[in-house]
Design a protein around this ligand. Structure first.
Ligand SMILES: Nc1nc2c(c(=O)[nH]1)N[C@H]1C(S)=C(S)[C@@H](COP(=O)(O)O)O[C@H]1N2
Ligand SMILES: [Mo]
Length: 258
C-alpha cells in the first residue's frame, strides 16, 4: 500500500476520534442535545464553536480563597438606577421586588428575594475582569441559575437567557441595560444570581438586589439590577439584536469568554 494513502487514513482516524470525543463531551447533558449541534453548524456562531472546541465545555473559572479578596470591590457603570420604580423598590429594601422569569418556559414565575434565598445556593470567590482595565476578587453567594430554570422548565426551543435590568442608559429614561447568554452558560454551575457580596446583602452600587455572575466571561456580561429573565430562541428581535447593551451600542463581543 502506498504510504501517502496510509498516512491519510491515520490522519482521518485521528480526527474522527477527536470529533467523537467532542461529540460525546457535548452530549452528556441530555437536555442540551437539541441545541448543541445547531450552534456548531450555524456560521454566525462559528468562532464561538471553535472557542468551545478548544476550551472544555464544562471548564470552571478559577476560584480563590478569602485571603485573595480585594479590600474593596469597586462599582462600575450604573451605581444606582435612576428610574422611579427602582428607587421605590430600594426604599422598601426590595421587599416588593420580584424577579420575573418568562418567555419560552412551561410556566412563567416570579421569585421574591426570600424565595430565591430558600433555593439551594452556591458561594464562589472569583476574579471580575472589566474591559476598562481593572479586576477585583469578590465572594459571591447566590442561586444557581440552573435552579431557577428547573422551576420554570424552559421549552426545547429556548436557546438564550436574556437579562433585563432596571437601569436606563439614556437620560430620557430609555435603553435599559440588558445582556444575554446561551444555555451552556445558563446551566454552568458557576452561573449564579448573586444576592450577597463578601458576606453582606448585595450593595446597590454592585447591583442590588440581584445580579448575574457568569464567571467565564468579562465584566459587562454580569448584568446588575435584574428585573426579568426572558428565555428566547433568537436574539434578533431583542432590543438592538446583538444580545447586549454594549454589543448594540459599541460593538462589544457577545461572547466575552476569557
Ligand atoms: N445593569 C447593569 N449591569 C452592569 C453594568 C451596568 O452599567 N448596568 N455595568 C457592567 C460592567 S461594564 C461591569 S465591569 C460590571 C461592574 O460590576 P460592579 O459595579 O459590581 O463592579 O457590571 C456590569 N453590569
Ligand atoms: Mo466593565
Amino acid at each position: 500500500m502506498n504510504s501517502d494513502h496510509s498516512n491519510r487514513r491515520r490522519f482521518l482516524r485521528r480526527s474522527l476520534g477527536a470529533m467523537a470525543t467532542l461529540f460525546v463531551a457535548g452530549c452528556d447533558r441530555l437536555n442540551e442535545t437539541t441545541w448543541f449541534p445547531r450552534i456548531l453548524s450555524s456560521s454566525e456562531d462559528f468562532s464561538r464553536g471553535v472557542h468551545k472546541a478548544l476550551i472544555p465545555r464544562k471548564s470552571m473559572a478559577q476560584e480563590f480563597t478569602e485571603a485573595d479578596l480585594s479590600p474593596y470591590f469597586r462599582s462600575n457603570g450604573t451605581a444606582s438606577p435612576e428610574s422611579r420604580l427602582y428607587q421605590a423598590l430600594a426604599t422598601d429594601q426590595f421587599a416588593n421586588w420580584a424577579l420575573r422569569v418568562d418567555g419560552l418556559v412551561a410556566e412563567t414565575k416570579n421569585f421574591s428575594l426570600a424565595q430565591l434565598r430558600a433555593l439551594p445556593s452556591r458561594t464562589q470567590i472569583t476574579r471580575h475582569d472589566c474591559v476598562e482595565g481593572w479586576s477585583a476578587i469578590g465572594k459571591w453567594k447566590g442561586t444557581p441559575l440552573a435552579e431557577v430554570l428547573h422551576a420554570v422548565q424552559p421549552t426545547p426551543a429556548a436557546r438564550f437567557a436574556v437579562f433585563h435590568c432596571a437601569d436606563p442608559m439614556e437620560s430620557d429614561g430609555t435603553s435599559l441595560y440588558y445582556e444575554s447568554i446561551d444555555m451552556d452558560d445558563a446551566y454552568h454551575p458557576q452561573t449564579i444570581l448573586a444576592y450577597e457580596l463578601n458576606g453582606n446583602p448585595l450593595p446597590i452600587p454592585n447591583g442590588a438586589p440581584l445580579r448575574l455572575r457568569v464567571e467565564r466571561q468579562l465584566g459587562y456580561k454580569h448584568a446588575k439590577y435584574l428585573m426579568r429573565i426572558e428565555l428566547v430562541s433568537s436574539l434578533e428581535n431583542v432590543y438592538g439584536g446583538k444580545g447586549g447593551y454594549w454589543e448594540d451600542s459599541n460593538g462589544y463581543q457577545w461572547y466575552a469568554g476569557i
